[in-house]
Design a protein around this ligand. Structure first.
Ligand code: MG
Length: 430
C-alpha cells in the first residue's frame, strides 16, 4: 500500500490503515535521513504500540532517539528545536480508533519537500539497516512539559479568573489546568484525565461536542471555558454566558489583538476579518495549519489561524499551540473584561460548513469545478472558491479524510447558497 502524507502527516484507522509495519517503515525512513530524533505521543490506546514500532525503525536505521512521553503536539514541536527531527504519534482531533504521525523539523511541520522525501523512501522502501555496532540508542526525558510551560509563563501575565477547562481526555490534561493555575486562575476541570478511549466526548472541540463545558461554565459562574482536541494543538472557547465561540469569531478575536502588519489565514475564512482589520495585509493560504505556518514564516506575519481552532503565534511557535492560545485568551479576558461582551463587538457573518463522504475526491472535484465555474470567477488556491457580491462558496477535498467539504458565507442567502453547493456535490459524488 502506498503511503501518503496528508496536510497533517500520516493518519488512519489503527490496524487497518496504520499498522505496526507502516510505523516501523516510517521509523526506518526518518532514521535514514535524521540522526537525532525526539518522539512523543498523545494518550491514544494504540500510542505506545505505534511509538514502539517507530522507535524500533529509528534505532535500526542508526538514530539517537529521545522519548518525551505523553505530551501535546505543540510541546513536542518546541522540543524538536533541539533535534534534527520530531515525531508526534497522534491522530489529532480524529476519533479514538485513528492514529498516525505528525513530523516536525526545527519546531515546524515538515514542508512539502521534506514530506515528499519521506514518502519516496517509504514507497520505494529505500533504506538500509545500520551495522550492528551503529544501531541507535534511546533515552527518556521528562522535562518537555516544564520547558513549554516556562516559555508560556515568560510571555503571559498572571490572571485571576475562574476558568473551566475541558481537555477531552487528551494530551492537554497534563498541562493546561496546571499552567492556568500557575497563572493565578481558579481552574475547574472536565475530562482532564488522559484516556485514549476519549470517554467524555469526541476529541474534536465543536459546538456539538462541548455540551458539558457550556453548562459547567454557566452553572459554575466561570469567566470562560477552554476546550482542546486530542493533541492540544487546537483550542476552542466558551464564553461566560455558556455560548460556544465559533472558529471564525475566535479567529477575529485574536486577529484584531495580534495583527500589526500582516496575518495569514486559509481560504475558507470569513470575510469578517477583512472588514475588521483596516490597514493589515491578510494573506490567504490553502486550508491546513501547515500552509498557514509556512506563509507566516515567509511573510514574517504577526498571527495566523484557522477557524478549526488552530492558532499560530509566531513569537512563541510556528506550530499551532492550543496551550499558549488558552493562556493568551485568559490573559486578554482578564485585561479587557466580560468575554461575552467582547465577542458581541465582533459582527456575525453567517457561515455554514458541511462535509460529505467521497472515495474519489479527484474525479468528483473536476465535475464540481465545472459546475461552480458557471456561477462566477473561480479561485483554485485550494479546491474551488467562487466569490459573489453577497457571499462566497468554497468546495474542497479534505486534506485528512475521504471527504468533500463545503463552506458558504453570505449575509442574506447562506442557506440558499449552501443548498445549491450541496446539490452540486451530491450530484458529483454519487
Ligand atoms: Mg490536533
Amino acid at each position: 500500500m502506498s503511503v501518503k502524507f496528508g496536510s497533517s502527516g500520516i493518519r488512519g484507522i489503527v490496524s487497518e490503515e496504520i499498522t505496526p509495519q507502516i510505523a516501523l517503515d516510517f521509523g526506518l525512513a526518518i532514521g535514514s535521513i535524521y540522526h537525532e530524533v525526539v518522539i512523543g505521543r498523545d494518550p491514544r490506546v494504540s500510542g505506545k504500540m505505534l511509538e514502539s514500532a517507530v522507535v524500533c525503525g529509528l534505532l535500526a536505521a542508526g538514530s539517537k532517539v529521545v522519548k518525551i512521553g505523553m505530551v501535546p503536539t505543540p510541546t513536542l514541536a518546541i522540543a524538536s528545536r533541539n533535534f534534527d527531527c520530531g515525531i508526534m504519534v497522534t491522530a489529532s482531533h480524529n476519533p479514538a480508533e485513528y492514529n498516525g504521525m505528525k513530523v516536525f523539523k526545527k519546531g515546524m511541520s515538515f514542508d512539502s519537500k521534506d514530506q515528499e522525501e519521506i514518502e519516496h523512501l517509504l514507497n520505494e522502501k529505500k533504506w538500509s539497516f545500520a551495522k550492528w555496532e551503529k544501531t541507535g540508542n534511546v533515552s527518556e526525558n521528562g522535562t518537555a512539559l516544564r520547558e513549554h510551560t516556562d516559555i508560556i509563563l515568560k510571555n503571559i501575565k498572571n490572571a485571576k479568573l475562574k476558568v473551566v477547562v475541558d481537555c477531552g481526555c487528551g494530551a492537554a490534561s497534563v498541562i493546561t489546568p496546571y499552567l492556568l493555575r500557575e497563572m493565578g486562575c481558579q481552574v475547574i476541570t472536565l475530562n482532564s484525565q488522559p484516556d485514549g478511549h476519549f470517554p467524555g466526548r469526541e476529541p474534536e472541540p465543536m459546538d456539538e461536542t462541548l455540551g458539558s463545558l457550556k453548562i459547567m461554565v454557566k452553572t459554575a459562574g466561570g469567566d470562560l471555558g477552554i476546550a482542546h482536541d486530542g493533541d492540544a494543538d487546537r483550542m476552542m472557547a466558551v464564553d461566560n454566558q455558556g455560548r460556544f465561540v465559533t472558529g471564525d469569531k475566535m479567529l477575529a478575536f485574536f486577529a484584531v489583538r495580534e495583527a500589526k502588519k500582516t496575518i495569514a489565514v486559509p481560504v475558507d475564512t470569513s470575510r469578517v476579518i477583512d472588514d475588521l482589520l483596516d490597514g493589515v495585509k491578510i494573506s490567504r493560504t490553502k486550508v491546513g495549519d501547515v500552509y498557514v505556518a509556512e506563509e507566516l514564516k515567509r511573510i514574517g506575519g504577526d498571527f495566523g489561524g484557522e477557524p478549526s481552532g488552530a492558532w499560530i503565534f509566531p513569537g512563541i511557535s510556528l506550530c499551532p499551540d492550543g496551550i499558549y492560545a488558552a493562556a493568551r485568551l485568559v490573559e486578554l479576558v482578564n485585561r479587557e473584561g466580560d468575554f461575552g461582551d467582547l465577542l458581541d463587538d465582533i459582527p456575525d457573518y453567517p457561515v455554514k460548513r458541511g462535509a460529505f463522504p467521497c472515495s474519489d475526491r479527484h474525479k468528483a472535484m473536476s465535475g464540481i469545478s465545472r459546475q461552480l465555474g458557471k456561477l462566477g470567477a473561480i479561485n483554485t488556491l485550494d479546491g474551488v472558491r467562487v466569490d459573489m457580491e453577497d457571499g462566497w462558496v468554497l468546495v474542497r477535498p479534505s486534506g485528512t479524510e475521504p471527504k468533500i467539504r463545503i463552506t458558504v458565507e453570505s449575509m442574506n442567502r447562506c442557506d440558499e447558497l449552501y443548498k445549491m453547493a450541496e446539490d452540486i456535490v451530491k450530484g458529483e459524488i454519487k
